[in-house]
Design a protein around this ligand. Structure first.
Ligand code: ATP
Length: 366
C-alpha cells in the first residue's frame, strides 16, 4: 500500500511567505491525483514536501502509513519527473535509465531486464543506444519517465512534465502518461497549471489557490458542482460567465432579465438566511439562440439580447463572444448564430439568446 496523506500540512519559508497552509489530502494507493491552480498557488511546494525536497513546517505527511516528515528523500522510495528532463548528456538512453538501478547496486542481469521492460512500455527499445542530444523532446521526456519507472517506486511525483513540449506532442504524451499510470497502477501526484491536463489525466483533481485547497474531486464533479466562484471560473474554457443577481419576490433579477427558477432553488432562496444578492454562473454551452428554440424551452430560460463582438472558430468548436451587462461573455454551441455573424450584420446588433438554467448548469454564490 502506498497511499499518501497530508494532514494539516503547511509550509512557511524563512522570508515569511506562507506557500501552503493547512492542506488536508488523502491520496489512495494507485490513485492518479492532479494538483492544479494559478502560478504561485503552492502546487510545486506541496509536491516538493511529499518528495522530501522541502521540509514540512507544520502538520504531518504520511506515505504508506508511515510519518515521513523527517525522512530523507532517498529513503521515501518515490520517483520524481520534472519539466526539465535532467538526463545525463554523455550517457545513452540505456545508461540513463539504468542509472538509478546501478546506484541501488542491482545485478547486471536484473538491470538489463528492468531497463528493457521499461523501454518496451514506453516504446523506447529502438532508441536505447542513442544519446539524449539525438532525441526529440517527447522522446527525452519518455526516457525521464523510464528512469522513474525502472525503480518500481511507491509513488511518482511529476512537476509539469509536459510543459516543455509543443502543443501536439503534449497531447500525445498525455495519452502516454495516462496509459502508463493505468498499466503500472502506481500512486501518482501530478502538478500542472494546464486545466486541460487536469481535466483529462487524473482520477481526482485538487484545485489550489493561495496555498489552500479549494476543492477536491473527479474532473466532471468540479465542472458540474464547483464549490465556489474561484473553482467555477478556473475550470472550463472559455470560462464560466458570471452575472450579478438580486433575490426579489422569491425569484432572481438580473440586469438583462428575470431568471425562472425551479422549485428547489425557489425554496432555498425563500429561506430566511438565504442571500439577497448572488452571482449567477452560466457555462458558455448553456446559451442558446432564441430564434431556434421551442416555447417550452423559452419559458424555462431567461431570454435577452446581447451584441456579438467576435466569433472564434477552433475548427469544430465555435465560440461567440458577446457583451452582457458591459462585460464580455462567451457562448458555445451557437452554430447558426456563428454562421450568421460571418455576414457581419449581427455584429454589434442585438442577438437574442436564451440561457438554459438548471441546477446543473449554474453555480451560485452569495
Ligand atoms: P508555478 O505554477 O508558478 O510553479 P506553484 O503553484 O508551483 O507556482 P510554488 O512554487 O509552490 O507555486 O510557490 C508558492 C509560493 O511560495 C509562491 O508565492 C512562491 O513565490 C513562494 N516560494 C516558493 N519558494 C520559495 C522560497 N524558497 N522562498 C520564499 N518563497 C518561496
Amino acid at each position: 500500500m502506498a497511499d499518501i496523506v497530508l494532514d494539516k500540512v503547511s509550509k512557511s519559508f524563512p522570508d515569511g511567505t506562507v506557500a501552503v497552509r493547512d492542506v488536508d489530502l488523502e491520496i489512495a494507493d494507485g490513485e492518479f491525483v492532479i494538483l492544479v491552480g494559478p502560478s504561485g498557488c503552492g502546487k510545486s511546494t506541496t509536491l516538493n514536501m511529499i518528495a522530501g525536497l522541502e521540509d514540512v513546517s507544520g502538520g504531518e505527511l504520511r506515505i504508506a502509513g508511515e510519518r515521513v516528515n523527517d525522512k530523507a528523500p532517498r529513503d521515501r522510495d518515490i520517483a520524481m519527473v520534472f519539466q526539465s528532463y535532467a538526463l545525463y548528456p554523455n550517457m545513452t538512453v540505456r545508461e540513463n535509465m539504468a542509472f538509478p538501478l546501478r546506484l541501488a547496486k542491482l545485478d547486471k542481469a536484473t538491470i538489463e531486464q528492468k531497463v528493457n521492460d521499461a523501454a518496451k512500455v514506453l516504446e523506447l527499445t529502438a532508441l536505447l543506444d542513442r544519446k539524449p542530444a539525438n532525441l526529440s523532446g517527447g522522446q527525452r521526456q519518455r526516457v525521464a519517465m523510464g528512469r522513474a519507472i525502472v525503480r518500481s517506486p511507491k509513488a511518482f511525483l511529476m512537476d509539469e512534465p509536459l510543459s516543455n513540449l509543443d502543443a501536439k506532442l503534449r497531447v500525445q504524451m498525455r495519452t502516454v502518461v495516462s496509459r502508463l499510470q493505468k498499466q503500472l497502477g502506481t500512486t501518482t501526484v501530478y502538478v500542472t497549471h494546464d486545466q486541460t491536463e487536469a481535466m483529462t489525466l487524473g482520477d481526482r483533481v485538487v484545485i489550489m489557490r493561495g496555498g489552500s485547497v479549494q476543492q477536491v474531486g473527479p474532473p466532471q464533479e468540479l465542472y458540474d458542482h464547483p464549490t465556489n466562484l474561484f473553482v467555477a471560473g478556473f475550470i472550463g474554457s472559455p470560462s464560466m460567465n458570471f452575472l450579478h443577481a438580486a433575490v426579489e419576490d422569491g425569484g432572481l433579477r438580473t440586469a438583462v432579465g428575470d431568471v425562472p427558477l425551479g422549485d428547489r432553488i425557489r425554496r432555498e432562496l425563500a429561506a430566511e438566511d438565504a442571500p439577497r444578492e448572488l452571482i449567477l454562473g452560466i457555462r458558455p454551452e448553456h446559451f442558446e439562440d432564441a430564434s431556434l428554440i421551442d416555447d417550452e424551452t423559452r419559458a424555462r430560460g431567461m431570454e435577452f439580447e446581447a451584441p456579438v463582438e467576435i466569433v472564434e472558430s477552433m475548427g469544430s468548436d465555435k465560440y461567440v463572444y458577446l457583451t452582457v451587462e458591459g462585460e464580455r461573455a462567451s457562448a458555445a454551441e451557437l452554430e447558426e448564430l456563428a454562421a450568421d455573424v460571418g455576414a457581419e450584420d449581427l455584429t454589434g446588433s442585438g442577438s437574442s439568446l436564451v440561457t438554459r438554467l438548471s441546477a446543473e448548469s449554474t453555480a451560485t454564490e452569495g
